[in-house]
Design a protein around this ligand. Structure first.
Ligand code: ZN
Length: 688
């Protein structure tokens, strides 16, 4: 591992943060924390922590010795001074005299000694930093170090490698007891440059930020070099079917198998994140995959993101997915049974007893294919997948030089059900459409773009389809802005069946499936019905009827694979109900689409798939441009405002009003074959 230290960059950090009122120590602490945090082989997603002991001036002008230590909820890779809250050093140091200290008392005491009461909670490993004397302390969960410590004789391997340069701390869950033990190990030989925390990670220290950082890089490099010696081939590959089914077909089935049935047609769904590469394939295709993947996580804080074990499914042979689904279901059922048993046998010693978490895996391994990270959002799924990818590397190296053996099941349970770890996960109620995936066609502008945005605000992951790739991407970007969801923009011509299938496959491969489809793409053609060229009508039917049919068929294909129902929503039009003069070429296919909606409701209610429509009128969009509004209002002798508000309520209807109706229908779990009118009131177009 190469050092990324640059004196010039370090000084730039010092100058930048001096301007914001932070001292040199803290600026350098931010700098090397980011260097460490930027390398996934050292830390991942909130893992690891760093500290610096420095002096700050309080409101009274008194100088106070403090420990600036990584705060909970911050990632090392993009940390700021606010992510390194200052805690008064003297009270922290005194805690070492106590015999025991509960986690709750520890957290409360640390909070009580913050210099800024609005700071995040200092890391759960704060006392370990406080009980050691060094100015700068770095802690990572280095993949290479874990490959060496996670062995039956991990300590002996590390002692042979590092000798007296490092201290060796047995595995203890983070908190007061670990901090005391680490300080004891250090006191036995204060010349050590760091500590190896067996089956957990590595600490290095120094008088300067550079020294602590360079020691981390050196120790990790030694571990990496050690892993290159005496390697044996880690995994023997199994024989796979000749042809493996594609991710786009496998993803929705996996997603369906993991969904938690809440009754009454409701499901707690998951979003998927697929990964594959040579290392992942070698790992998942190994003959002993159900041994080395089922012994546990490489470092206990991964447990909250990945659970202790992934589920291993069979290899999915192309064309035989019905049989595969049964075998995969059996594997998921066995996983759930195993999880319940694990909880029961460990909960007996928990005091007070814990409440069992959901029993579903967060990582799915599929020989012949790769792995899926599983999460309540695309973001969480990607975190699980990142950790799983890292686990592949760690376990592969561990098996190449020995036998992978992490902490015991009881230790993993303590971490999974540790209140302080649970606190790292998002709190609060989920948004109404979280865990769901929506596809919006014609989503690049107008009603489609407004609808995509409305779904994003509800927590839905979004795929915007549009025949114009740039506007699809721009609309997706707007959806992702400030909503925390993932949105993708894809080029799709709904009149081309191949294009529609390809787009839906891409959505399924990206998110694992589809739950809500807003079939919105459309355009208006005009002509007096007795005189219009037949091609005009046929062209309009291609887009305004067959486009909807093609989109809805693809939606059904994926929704059936998931087996968790779904919602298909059509944008019909006032024209479907109330023909306008010379608008036959537009109104006829729209009327057919209104009927199409009813047919989907009739034929697929058995699948839990609901079909509904929104009947909107007079919305500013690509169908009703500013020029059209100007000429039509002029022709009727109305102001533009009166023309746009030409309805019973005299109010202009907007794309956002239509979007709200789509969102409502997506949520209305007991409604199907319904058309909602959003037109300010137009009795001629009212349905009944
Ligand atoms: Zn740690």
């Amino acid at each position: 591992m190469k050092s990324q230290w640059s004196q010039a960059e370090a000084e730039a950090f010092v100058a930048k943060y001096a301007a914001e009122g932070h001292n040199r120590d803290l600026a350098l602490r931010v700098y090397t924390t980011r260097l460490l945090g930027g390398d996934p082989k050292l830390v991942l997603h909130g893992g690891g922590n760093t500290s610096v002991k420095t002096t700050v001036t309080d409101l009274l002008g008194d100088s106070v010795d403090v420990l600036c230590v990584k705060g909970s909820g911050w990632d090392m890779g993009n940390i700021e001074p606010a992510g390194l809250p200052a805690v008064r050093m003297a009270p922290l140091a005194k805690l070492r005299a106590l015999a025991t200290l509960s986690d709750e008392d520890m957290v409360n005491f640390q909070r009580g000694n913050l210099m800024d009461s609005t700071s995040p909670n200092p890391s759960v490993e704060t006392l370990l930093h406080a009980f050691l004397p060094h100015k700068f302390i770095d802690h990572t969960h280095s993949t290479a170090v874990l490959s060496l410590t996670d062995q039956p004789d991990g300590e002996a391997i590390c002692r042979a490698l590092y000798g007296k340069r490092m201290g060796y701390v047995p595995y203890i869950m983070p908190g007061f007891a670990l901090a005391k033990k680490a300080a004891e190990v250090f006191d036995q030989d204060p010349t050590v440059e760091g500590l190896i925390l067996l089956k957990h990670g590595i600490f290095t220290f120094g008088a300067t930020a550079e020294e602590a950082y360079e020691r981390m890089i050196e120790m990790v490099t030694l571990a990496e070099d050690r892993l290159q010696q005496n390697r044996k081939p880690a995994f023997t590959p199994v024989t796979l079917p000749m042809q493996i089914a594609p991710v786009a077909e496998v993803g929705p089935i996996v997603r369906g198998l993991l969904a938690l049935d809440q009754g009454d047609g409701a499901f707690k769904r998951w979003v998927l994140d697929f990964r594959t590469n040579d290392a992942i394939r070698t790992y998942v295709d190994g003959a002993e995959v159900s041994r080395y993947t089922q012994v546990g996580v490489v470092t206990p804080d991964h447990t909250i993101r990945t659970k202790n074990w992934p589920v291993v499914l069979p290899a999915p042979e192309a064309g035989k997915l019905a049989e595969w689904t049964k075998a995969a279901q059996a594997a998921v059922d066995a996983y759930v049974t195993h999880y319940h048993a694990y909880f029961a046998r460990n909960n007996v010693r928990a005091n007070p007893p814990k409440t069992e978490l959901d029993p579903m895996p967060r990582v799915v391994l599929i020989p012949g294919l790769g792995l899926f990270g599983i999460g309540a959002s695309k973001k969480d799924a990607a975190i699980a997948a990142d950790i799983a990818e890292n686990t592949v590397l760690s376990v592969t190296d561990a098996e190449a030089v020995g036998t992978y053996q992490p902490v015991s099941e009881a230790d993993m349970f303590d971490c999974e059900y540790w209140s302080l770890e649970q606190a790292k996960l998002g709190k609060g109620a989920e948004r109404a459409l979280a865990r769901q995936v929506v596809v919006v066609t014609g989503g690049g502008s107008g009603i489609g773009a407004a609808t995509a945005k409305a779904f994003a605000k509800e927590g839905c992951e979004v795929a915007v389809l549009d025949r114009d790739a740039d506007s699809a991407k721009a609309s997706a970007k707007a959806c992702a802005q400030g909503t925390g969801i993932k949105a993708i923009g894809l080029e799709c011509d709904v009149t081309d069946a191949d294009s529609v299938q390809a787009a839906f496959d891409e959505v399924a491969a990206t998110f694992g499936g589809v739950d809500i489809v807003v079939s919105n793409a459309g355009a208006a053609w005009q002509g007096t019905i007795g005189e219009v060229d037949e091609m005009v009508i046929r062209t309009s039917f291609e887009l305004n009827f067959y486009g909807h049919q093609s989109v809805a068929q693809n939606a059904v294909r994926i929704m059936q694979a998931q087996g968790t129902g779904g919602a298909i929503l059509f944008n019909t039009s006032k024209q479907a109900v109330n023909p306008g003069k010379n608008f036959g070429p537009y109104g006829l296919p729209k009327a057919a689409t209104l009927f199409l909606m009813k047919q989907y409701a009739v034929d697929h209610g058995k699948d839990g798939i609901r079909a509904n429509a929104v009947n909107a009128d007079r919305i500013r969009s690509g169908l009703l441009t500013a020029e059209m509004i100007a000429s039509r209002s002029k022709a009727r002798g109305l102001s533009e405002k009166d023309y746009m508000g030409g309805n019973l309520l005299s109010r202009e209807v907007t794309a956002d009003d239509v979007a709200d109706a789509f969102v409502y229908l997506a949520k209305a779990s007991k409604t199907t074959a319904c058309t909602i009118t959003v037109d300010g009131g137009n009795v001629e177009a009212s349905l009944r």
